[in-house]
Design a protein around this ligand. Structure first.
Ligand code: P6P
Length: 330
């Protein structure tokens, strides 16, 4: 029986070598954890709390806003405004930066989050998640958008909460990837997956093949290699919820792909967002020994130009992502 280690205990154990640890990051993580527990409770009772279904509103992404989406967004904003350590916040559900009022104190961190990713699956009881990404801001007083739009390699921490058969937190602060499982009987996330490493190669590829008619030639060739591979037979698994598809890829190996396609002229670079989805998952996968590219570029090296910029995403085991990179290079 593994000794019960909480997230904060684990963080402090790892932080003890870090003289910069002031406790502010711990406060931020604590508020994120509290928000996730509240969201987890709502998700687990969704069918009973009349929060299923759509609000009828459309968000900045042009997507139907689900009631749980809205609740998750509200909870995160409310809690994190009171953390007293942020100079700015950005949510995938909000068009612009979210204000952090002075009354609760401010700090040097910039928090980016997707409050409830995979929300189109909510009514079908499929696993969904909250994704977060944390940056340090050099001059918090001048937290202008250009100051905040940093490359993914500048992230201080990134992670996700997965609301599935159990509620999990998987995150990294640049010192490996660690997984914690919520024990509802004590209300704590306890260390369950220390130092996660993605297999160098896997047997699962994950992509929405329904869009193949809208892919360019290189993308078609890429997906083809996983359908006709001689050295092994790949299986296709696709849940349509990034956090669930990514979590399976991280633990089992293989590759998740969301290429660009020509369905929507407004989304010529694919559907997934650089700041809210690609960057946090790329930081995690690299820390676990994997890779993440947009086809040709390393995701973490891309300089964001816009809060809601979209990128194609190929992420997972280094062997499979390398295969994709070779095709796009030729
Ligand atoms: P499609 C959910 O809406 C999401 O943003 C990700 O969680 C998921 O990977 C993707 O969209 C699924 O998109 O076009 O395959 O339904």
């Amino acid at each position: 029986m593994m000794r019960q280690v909480t997230v904060i205990e684990h963080l402090l154990l790892h932080q003890k070598e870090n003289p910069l640890a002031t406790g502010n990051f711990t406060r931020l993580l604590n508020e994120l954890i509290l928000a996730a527990k509240i969201i987890s409770r709502a998700v687990n009772k969704a069918g009973l709390m009349n929060v299923l279904g759509e609000t009828g509103e459309i968000n900045v992404q042009g997507e139907q806003v689900q009631k749980l989406d809205e609740l998750a967004n509200r909870v995160l904003i409310h809690r994190l405004q009171r953390a007293g350590v942020l100079c700015a916040m950005a949510s995938e559900e909000n068009a612009d930066l979210i204000d952090v009022p002075d009354q609760y104190g401010k700090g040097k961190y910039f928090l980016v989050f997707d409050p409830l990713d995979g929300s189109s699956n909510i009514d079908a009881n499929v696993s969904i998640g909250t994704i977060f990404s944390i940056y340090r801001v050099k001059d918090p007083e001048r937290a202008t958008l250009s100051e905040l739009l940093q490359k993914g390699e500048e992230q201080v921490a990134a992670g996700y909460f997965l609301y599935g058969s159990s509620t999990m937190l998987v995150y990294t602060t640049g010192d490996g990837v660690h997984g914690f499982t919520l024990d509802p009987s004590v209300g704590e996330f306890l260390l369950s997956h220390p130092n996660i490493k993605i297999p160098k190669s896997g047997k699962i590829y994950s992509v929405n093949e329904g869009y193949s008619a809208f892919w360019d030639e290189q993308t078609r060739k890429t997906i083809e290699i996983f359908k006709t591979a001689s050295e092994k037979t790949y299986s296709l698994r696709y849940i349509g919820s990034l956090v669930a598809d990514f979590h399976r890829t991280l633990l089992y190996g293989g590759i998740f792909m969301y290429p660009k396609d020509s369905r929507d002229p407004k989304k010529t670079h694919g559907k997934l967002r650089l700041l809210y989805e690609a960057n946090p998952m790329a930081f995690i996968v690299e820390q676990a020994g994997g890779m993440a590219i947009d086809g040709s570029r390393r995701i973490l090296s891309i300089q964001p130009e816009d809060l809601h910029q979209r990128v194609p995403l190929f992420i997972g085991s280094s062997k499979e992502v390398q295969k994709v990179a070779e095709i796009y290079q030729n």
